[in-house]
Design a protein. Structure first.
Lengths: 418, 418
């Protein structure tokens, strides 16, 4: 397979103030076009360093795809660096000059001398039109079959140039090639080492399809990536592996590709004709927010009460004053009462409740920061309740409690006792 | 100034499926510590390529800061690659092994043989504790003064390890250096071009302190970065600029550095002794989640009702059936009734309500997708209401509606009529 490296240019990317989303976008498009990316780099606005990055990339790959540094200012050095790395001069690309003049005329702005610089491309380059901005891109051809494709850094200019011009040119250059299809199997509630234990033999030394495990918090994705001449063949390579992985991880697999724990749970509840309500204390609305991010969630999700103050637990969820008094707000008893209250008050079939201590304050030796209690009530007696000790700062505890709550709901909806 | 390169490891970063936010975070912390970053790299899970990236980085910089590839699976190759690049063997780091055993025991999970691998560090390394996960980090020392610092890829484990352990060690190693102090001035509700118009003369050609504007959705941050031998000198360079910028943007400045619209709003309401409730329909819990992310929010935030189904608006927020019937759920009248209901039912002094059409379904010519209506009720008559047309897909509309709601709340709390 042909390979390319991506080089993003811009000092602002090295100061931590801007997240580089161009590189993953380019990487995704190249993967789909069957071009391998083994490495990416990001360099500041320094001609020597940019040239060095190009030379390093060309020593390992068939080409370089670059973004950034094509503007008109003294900081825009990509053209110069490409010339230096490839040992070529520049030449004025007249159509780009004309196009720029037209753009400036259209916006009634004076075209300055430094804009001319944008039409000076490395000699022998294939120019790339930029109808959405002033800086043209270009593909410079190095010795042999190697190339250096340069695009602006503005995402709105770069993305169409990549899709409409660069990728087709590269596809053509490398002939009909392979494509990569990725299937993501989403799991929840299984540890990374547990997954490794169950399917390690499948992904150890997997090459094509390649299998990778990506751990999130309390969730993990298993990715199967197949390279084949076309998507149908890639799918047929993925299918048997997917079946086997799902068989082994069955108790944790909630969905595929774009599925989320929320969408999977709502789909299961809908198929059971159960409507859902939530009562949240320490998660503060996060579980409701996750559920309502799913289009059509209003069919199944009735609503939620964020019962932060005890008075809200008392009056909106019918938690008895004596229960709050005797067991405290963070207790199984209160969690159960909140779940029952949410279910009955909001007219749902099943309700989940959370109460806990997100921190940093409010912890005691008996009820430390990170203690989170869940209850689930569907009208059967007794209702279910669980206690967890979740590590981390406030944000982490809230996030982990949200995922844990969704995991409990999903397992319930699946008919698998959590 | 000492310099470092950042190397992020993970094939998933090269397939376009994950945006690397670790690299900019590390870059920002290193800049603050006065360590220059001239280049960053990202490589897949391939031992030779990781080792090559380390060697390249060490050929140009004083050290390498790495993230990712420290887990227990066969894909986790950073330890091996560091050994290969530096030409050293591994040794078991006993305290890490003990810590891992304790972590597994605490969660009642079996520790598998492959987890042991995580305690095998390059010989002579300084180990880095990882109280939030199982994989310890380490700083391997290369010849001369060079170092290779390796941290996990999970942001929640990496960030505290970087701040609490790696940066202090590097600061010490390189002695007293220049430091960069950054002040962030947070604005909400001012457009980027409005900000440019008001303070453009200050940041054009600013060098030290450098001024930059970073636009978010409906929010923008103005950053002032000063380089000086110590923090006090940097602060004194920042102070006059900060005063001038705040003077010019005053109607939009809600806070500094770690402040959020939620924390600013809650602090203002607390100073006015006003307790807050929320009634959310289309934002589905997001405003409550944003408010409860603030430590101590329980002092001011009473609770919220996520009234997704009309029955919840009717019965939990006392919206009259006739109002729902006559004006529809997405109307100023219903928004006002929801706000009044939340305030009175939850016992708050002021309440904000949202109702709208997040999409993709549910839009009509009169009430299209993206229409979001807000009402604010503090008991004075008439209550306030606003309608917005927000562009974007479901997630974007929900996110923009959340920011808009927080902007309205903040302006109210500030006593500045929204």
């Amino acid at each position: 397979m042909p390979s390319a490296e991506i080089v993003a240019v811009g000092t602002e990317l090295l100061l931590g103030q801007l997240v580089d989303t161009n590189t993953p976008f380019i990487a995704g498009e190249l993967a789909r076009a069957g071009i391998d990316v083994h490495s990416t780099q990001c360099v500041g606005d320094n001609c020597e360093r940019i040239a060095a990055a190009i030379r390093t990339a060309l020593s390992r790959a068939d080409g370089v795809v670059m973004t950034g540094g094509l503007g008109p200012t003294v900081d825009d050095l990509t053209r110069e660096a490409v010339c230096s790395a490839l040992g070529v001069g520049t030449e004025i690309y007249e159509p780009a000059l004309r196009a720029m003049e037209a753009t400036f005329a259209k916006f009634g702005r004076p075209m300055r001398a430094n804009n001319r610089k944008q039409a000076e491309l490395p000699a022998g380059s294939v120019p790339l039109d930029n109808p959405r901005g002033t800086a043209p891109g270009f593909i410079a051809l190095a010795s042999g079959e190697q190339f250096v494709a340069c695009m602006p850094g503005v995402p709105g200019e770069m993305k169409p140039m990549l899709i409409e011009q660069v990728v087709p040119l590269l596809r053509e250059r490398f002939g009909a090639r392979e494509t990569i299809v990725t299937r993501i199997i989403h799991t929840i509630g299984l540890g990374e080492s547990e997954i490794d234990h169950r399917i390690g033999d499948l992904f150890r030394s997997s090459e094509n399809p390649k299998i990778a495990v990506l751990a999130h918090e309390f969730r993990a994705d298993v990715k199967i990536m197949a390279k084949a001449p076309d998507a149908a063949q890639a799918e047929s390579m993925i299918a048997p592996l997917q079946r086997e992985i799902v068989r082994r991880l069955e108790d944790g697999v909630f969905g595929y590709d774009a599925d989320t724990p929320s969408s999977a749970t709502l789909a299961l509840l809908a198929s059971r004709h159960q409507r859902l309500a939530i009562a949240e204390s320490c998660t503060g609305g996060r579980i409701a927010a996750a559920l309502t991010s799913v289009p059509g969630s209003s069919q199944t999700f009735v609503g939620a009460v964020v019962a932060y103050d005890n008075s809200v637990k008392r009056w909106e969820l019918d938690v008895e004053a004596a229960t709050l008094e005797r067991f405290g707000a963070v207790s199984e008893e209160v969690a159960r009462a909140m779940a029952r209250g949410a279910r009955t008050r909001l007219g749902a079939d099943v309700a989940l409740a959370t109460t806990g201590i997100a921190g940093p304050g409010g912890g005691t030796p008996e009820k430390p920061v990170g203690l989170v209690i869940f209850a689930l009530d569907d009208g059967t007696e007794p209702s279910r309740a669980w206690s967890f000790r979740l590590d981390g700062d406030r944000e982490t505890v809230q996030r982990r409690a949200t995922t844990t709550g969704l995991n409990l709901l999903w397992r319930y909806a699946k008919g698998q006792e959590p």
